[in-house]
Ligand binder design. Structure first.
Ligand code: NIG
Ligand code: FE
Length: 392
């Protein structure tokens, strides 16, 4: 079964053969067509030379991009925290402790309730052009509850991350080291078979660098690859730890010193920025310009979770990154597609070169620039995930 998408006004391919820039190197073809065959991109080129296919879709001059890659989300949870958000908007500070509220609700939920929540959010994302989703555990915080969370995440998400060391649960109050040991031993053993990644929230009020290192190195020994919640609330040691451990990504990067920026710029560790969090917590936005100018690779993701950012909108992240973080529209769209793929060490998504997974996002707009130019407007016209039409 093949499909040809014709009459594409602007095709953003991010073709790695053409686009070599570490961020902002969108490869754009005008008046293009794209052929999908067996779940993959089979051909791209000028619309006038498009080959025949079993089925055809007229893009009507619209822009077509690779599906968004949301490389950071926490979807296995129950309940919500709207009151906490309202209190923040009246001056309360965001603190890691709020996570425990969601832990209580999540522990009390049935498997099917958690499943329904993950499914709902993954569908909400797909309708907005997200075709690759990473999903973390981290609201269970017992061996059985974390194992249940990674299993449920694996049913719906493309990438699963074990985040047993999210925060110290109430039963371990005052014993972060003891809980980190559990997260690095029995809990890890129960979760590793269902996950690809291991993550730690390394921050004041959560886990210090030694505890984070213990969990991450144990995770690596168990066959997982590291990524890290780093420098979200303070200029701590987490970004440098991420680089030292050759983590795929250091996420948040809100409070950075020169040594952090230098470390990221001279490494393969992607700086994943999550502007929805700063929007929803009234923190300063991360300095994307400083990272890009230093030569770091930048990704954008939502961090969709009920506490620090209950948004699944990659378009919103792009708009904020362009308006308030001084990224160009090209840099922001690259970061939300190819950048996310790099943060997940995936070469099959985030671009539309022949051979890529057919994750195709047709915008109801003539150019990718409209994602930032028309903030808050739903611009997703049609979506294919792995060659299967999921919207439009
Ligand atoms: O990435 N910072 C740690 N974890 C999440 C927030 C989780 C929550 O507040 O429930 C984050 O921001
Ligand atoms: Fe997070």
């Amino acid at each position: 079964m093949s499909t040809v998408i014709t009459n594409i006004g602007e095709l953003v391919t991010n073709d790695p053969a053409v686009s070599t820039h570490r961020g902002g190197g969108l490869a754009v073809v005008r008046d293009a067509a794209l052929v999908i065959e067996d779940g993959a991109v089979a051909w791209t080129g000028p619309s006038s030379r498009a080959p025949a296919a079993d089925e055809s879709f007229d893009a009507g001059g619209r822009a077509v991009l690779p599906g968004f890659v949301d490389s950071h989300a926490h979807l296995v949870f129950a309940g919500e925290r709207a009151e906490e958000f309202a209190a923040r908007m009246s001056g309360e500070k965001y603190a890691a402790g709020g996570i425990r509220t969601t832990v209580e609700r999540t522990r009390a939920a049935s498997d099917d309730e958690l499943r329904a929540n993950v499914r709902r959010l993954v569908h909400e994302m797909a309708r907005q052009g997200v075709t690759t989703v990473e999903c973390k555990s981290g609201y269970g915080l017992t061996v059985d509850q974390e194992a249940r969370a990674v299993r449920i995440a694996a049913e719906y998400a493309d990438e699963v991350t074990y985040l047993g060391a999210h925060v110290v649960p109430a039963e371990y109050a005052g014993d972060a080291a003891g809980y980190a040991r559990l997260a690095a031993t029995d809990m890890l053993a129960a979760c590793a078979p269902h996950a690809r990644w291991v993550d730690v929230f390394c921050e004041e009020g959560a886990f210090d660098a030694d505890q984070a290192r213990e969990v991450l190195t144990a995770g690596v020994k168990a066959g997982l690859a590291p990524r890290l919640h780093a420098n979200q609330l303070t200029q701590g040691p987490a970004v440098r730890l991420a680089v030292e451990l050759e983590a795929a990504s250091a996420d948040h990067c809100t409070f950075l010193g020169d040594a952090d920026v230098d470390a990221l710029a001279s490494s393969r560790t992607v700086a994943t920025l999550l502007p929805g969090v700063e929007f929803s917590t009234r923190q300063p936005y991360p300095d994307a310009r400083r990272l890009l100018d230093a030569g770091a690779t930048v990704a954008l993701a939502t961090d969709c979770n009920p506490g620090s950012c209950y948004s699944s909108s990659m378009a919103f992240c792009i708009a904020v990154a362009v308006r308030d973080m001084r990224m160009t529209p090209a840099e922001a769209v690259w970061a939300a597609t190819a950048g996310g793929a790099r943060a997940l060490r995936r070469t099959d998504v985030g671009h539309l070169a022949p051979g890529a997974r057919a994750d195709v996002h047709v915008l109801d707009a003539p150019s990718y620039i409209h994602l930032a130019y028309r903030p808050g407007v739903p611009l997703t016209h049609a979506v294919w995930k792995h060659g299967r039409r999921v919207k439009g």
